[in-house]
Every structure is written in structure tokens, then in C-alpha cells.
Design a protein around this ligand. Structure first.
Ligand SMILES: [Zn+2]
Length: 199
């Protein structure tokens, strides 16, 4: 027997979320049906708001309500360093650690020939452009995750930046292979950044 169409549609929407199977999706859909209307509206509006009210910073690519983002606009930040990460979630982890005071650049992923992701699919050319526009950058810290793709991306960027004569460093291997920066604890991140090595 089929569920009524509105429930089917909601189950289908929940199933698109990562880690949600058919059973959980059905449970969430029925739970939503019993929620107070006010809570449902708030939930729906929050979903719409992340799409409508957020954009990517025109300089670093970080998610922000206004571009350029607060980090890029902050005159207190150290403008000689740019830390290159895979996505915005990594910036949040770094900021939580509180020790890094430089700027960021978000790649939007890593090179992955198997998935058809090449240099043009990432914000690499905008990083190069940034370096040409800003003369005060002295160090690029590549903080892609320690996966095969993350390492290949780090090497690719380092090779590309060689003629620019800017120091390119890589986070130390305090991070276990395959582990994500997003989930690393603050102490591990701090050690990884302090022990960074030249590429
Ligand atoms: Zn920014």
C-alpha cells in the first residue's frame, strides 16, 4: 500500500539527505506530520534561508551572508598567509581552534580524475589571481585532507605556484591518513599547523 502523496513526497525529500535510509525517512516524515505547524514553518524557512540568504565570498569562496566575508574584511587578520582548504566546513574547524589568524581560500573539493573533477572544477585559478592581485602574501598553507586526492591536489597547487616564488607549505601528518580536517580535534589541528612542512 502506498502512503498518501504528501507523505510520499516528504519521505522522498528526506531520503535525499546523506545517511538517511527508507525507514528513517518514513519515521522523520511521520514525525514531521505530528510537529506543531509553527515548528514546521520554522524548519521549512531555515531550509529556504540557507539557499537564499547565503552566497560565496567573492575573494575566498567561504559561505557568507555578505560578500566579501567577515574574515576577508577583517583588517586584524594576517594578510601574509592564505590557508587553502577543501570546503567551508574546514574553515569553521580552523576558526574553532582559534590559533590561525591568516586568510583562507576554499577550493570547493579536490582533484579526482575518477569522478571527472579537474583543476577547472576547483577554485584554483581564482587563487592564482588572488596572489597576483595581493602582493603581501608570503605563504600558502595547503590544508587539503590527507587522502590520496588531497595529497595530489596539494602537489598540483605547489607545482603551479613554484614560479610565483611564494613559500608553499603543507599541514603536518598529525592528521591520520584518510581523516578529515573537519573532524580533527583542536589539539591535532594546532600540531598539524605548527608542524607544517615546505612543499
Ligand atoms: Zn572571504
Amino acid at each position: 500500500m502506498q502512503y498518501p502523496l504528501p507523505i510520499e513526497k516528504l519521505i522522498d525529500s528526506y531520503r535525499r539527505l546523506p545517511g538517511i535510509g527508507a525507514k528513517t525517512a518514513a519515521r522523520l516524515a511521520f514525525f514531521s506530520m505530528d510537529m506543531p505547524e509553527e515548528d514546521v514553518l520554522q524548519f521549512a524557512n531555515a531550509l529556504i534561508s540557507v539557499k537564499r540568504d547565503l552566497t560565496h565570498c567573492s575573494i575566498c569562496g567561504y559561505i557568507t551572508q555578505e560578500s566579501p566575508c567577515l574574515i576577508c574584511c577583517d583588517e586584524q587578520r594576517n594578510r601574509t598567509q592564505i590557508l587553502v582548504v577543501e570546503d567551508s566546513k574546514d574553515v569553521i574547524s580552523m576558526e574553532r581552534m582559534g590559533e590561525y589568524k591568516g586568510l583562507y581560500h576554499i577550493l570547493g573539493g579536490v582533484l579526482s580524475p575518477m569522478d571527472g573533477i579537474g583543476p577547472d572544477d576547483l577554485s584554483i585559478s581564482s587563487l592564482i589571481q588572488r596572489l597576483q592581485d595581493a602582493e603581501d602574501v608570503q605563504e600558502i598553507i595547503i590544508a587539503t585532507n590527507p587522502t590520496a586526492e588531497g595529497e595530489a591536489t596539494a602537489k598540483y597547487i605547489a607545482r603551479l605556484l613554484k614560479p610565483a616564488n611564494i613559500m608553499v607549505t603543507r599541514l603536518a601528518h598529525g592528521l591520520a591518513v584518510g581523516s578529515d580536517i573537519e573532524y580533527a580535534d583542536e589539539m591535532t589541528l594546532l600540531r598539524a599547523i605548527e608542524g607544517r612542512r615546505t612543499l
